[in-house]
Design a protein around this ligand. Structure first.
Ligand code: SF4
Length: 343
C-alpha cells in the first residue's frame, strides 16, 4: 500500500476553482492558512447551497415545498451558524443578503420552476455517489496520486421536464473551448442530469471553468455507474429569467475524457503555485489565471475585483494596487492601512 503522503487532496471548488481565480489569494488562504476576514461570496454561496439542500431534504421527508417565510426562517438560523463560524460580511446587511437569495429562488410567493425541478427531481443517492472522491494518477511533486473531492448533485427529470433555451457548443474539444448557443433542448421524463447551482450571472468570465468542472464530474459519474448522465446543467440563480438562467451541456465520452485531462493539468498548475509559494511567497503573483500573460494591473476582472476588495493580502498586492491606479481616492479606499472602518 502506498503512503498517505503520496496523495495530494484537492477540492474542486475550494482549491481548483479558487486557484484559477487568484493563485496568490489561494496560496495564502488555503496553503498558508490566512483566513480572510471578509468572505462575501463564501457567505452567499453557502446560504444558497444550504437553501437547496434543506428544501430537497424537506421534500424527501414529507413531499412539501416550503413557503418563502419558512425558507427565510431556516436561512436566518443558518446565517447565525455561519456567523458563529467566523463567516461574515460587513458590506451588506443580513436582511439584504437573505432577501437577495430569496429573490433568486422565488417568483413572488412561488418557487421558480428550475428551483422546483431541482428539488422535486433531486436524487437522494448514497453519499458515496454524491461525494466525488476520485483518485487520479499524477506524476509531479513526488506524488503519484490526486484525491479529487467535490459534490455531485443529480436531478431526475419528472413528468413535466424542463426545456433548455441555452445549449453549450464546443469549438475545440481538445482545448475545451466553446460558447453558449441559443437553441432548444427538451429533457425527457426520467433523464438523469448533473446540476450545479451558481450564485453568479451567466456572463461570468469563469463560465468556461464551470462547464469544465461539471463535465469532469460527469466523467467521475461514468466511472461509478458505467454510464454518462443525459446532460449537465448549470443553473445561474442570479439571472432573473428562467430561460437565461439554465445552460444545458451535452455530453459524450471523448468530451468527458478531455475534461478529466484538463482537471489533472489544473492540479499540476496548482502544485507549481504551491512549490513557488513555499520557496518565496512574494513570487506568486495576484490576478486570475484566465488573464495570465497580461501586464500587471490588467489581471483583475470584475468578479475577482469583488474578492480583492475584502482580500487580506490586498495591501501589498502589486496586481491589485496597480489595478486601482495611483489616485489617492482609490488608494485610500481599498489599500490604505489607515482606513480601519472597512476592515
Ligand atoms: S488583492 Fe486580489 S489579486 Fe491580490 S491576492 Fe487578493 S484576490 Fe488576489
Amino acid at each position: 500500500m502506498e503512503a498517505v503522503s503520496d496523495v495530494i487532496e484537492v477540492s474542486y471548488t475550494g482549491d481548483l476553482l479558487a486557484h484559477r481565480r487568484c493563485p496568490r489569494a489561494w496560496a495564502y488562504e488555503k496553503h498558508a492558512g490566512f483566513i480572510p476576514y471578509e468572505q462575501v461570496q463564501a457567505m452567499e454561496g453557502r446560504l444558497l447551497h444550504h437553501a437547496m439542500e434543506w428544501m430537497s431534504r424537506r421534500y424527501r421527508d414529507d413531499e412539501t415545498l416550503p413557503t418563502r417565510e419558512q425558507l427565510l426562517e431556516q436561512l436566518e438560523r443558518f446565517y447565525r451558524v455561519l456567523r458563529s463560524r467566523g463567516i461574515s460580511t460587513a458590506f451588506t446587511t443580513r436582511e439584504d443578503t437573505l432577501e437577495r437569495i430569496l429573490g433568486n429562488l422565488f417568483r413572488g410567493k412561488k418557487l421558480r420552476s428550475p428551483v422546483a425541478a431541482a428539488i422535486l427531481g433531486a436524487e437522494h443517492t448514497e453519499y458515496e455517489l454524491r461525494s466525488v472522491r476520485k483518485v487520479l494518477k499524477a506524476d509531479f511533486a513526488g506524488k503519484s496520486r490526486i484525491l479529487l473531492t467535490g459534490i455531485i448533485d443529480l436531478v431526475l427529470q419528472q413528468q413535466n421536464p424542463l426545456t433548455y433555451r441555452q445549449v453549450w457548443k464546443w469549438d475545440d474539444i481538445d482545448a475545451l473551448l466553446g460558447r453558449i448557443h441559443a437553441g432548444r433542448e427538451a429533457a425527457a421524463a426520467g433523464d438523469r442530469e448533473i446540476w450545479d447551482i451558481k450564485g453568479s450571472r451567466i456572463e461570468t468570465p469563469y463560465l468556461i471553468d464551470y462547464v469544465r468542472q461539471v463535465i469532469t464530474y460527469a466523467a467521475l459519474f461514468r466511472e461509478r455507474t458505467g454510464t454518462l448522465p443525459s446532460r449537465c446543467v448549470l443553473f445561474f440563480v442570479n439571472e432573473k429569467r428562467d430561460e437565461d438562467a439554465l445552460l444545458s451541456i451535452p455530453l459524450d465520452d471523448a468530451l468527458v475524457d478531455s475534461g478529466l485531462r484538463w482537471t489533472v493539468e489544473q492540479v499540476a498548475d496548482l502544485q507549481r503555485t504551491r512549490r513557488s509559494f513555499e520557496r518565496d511567497p512574494a513570487a506568486v503573483a495576484g490576478g486570475t489565471v484566465l488573464r495570465r500573460g497580461q501586464p500587471v494591473g490588467k489581471r483583475v476582472d470584475e468578479v475577482l475585483r469583488a474578492q480583492c476588495t475584502g482580500c487580506a493580502q490586498r495591501f501589498d498586492c502589486e496586481e491589485y494596487t496597480t489595478h486601482l491606479g495611483s489616485t489617492p481616492q482609490h488608494v485610500k479606499r481599498d489599500v490604505s492601512l489607515y482606513v480601519v472602518g472597512k476592515n
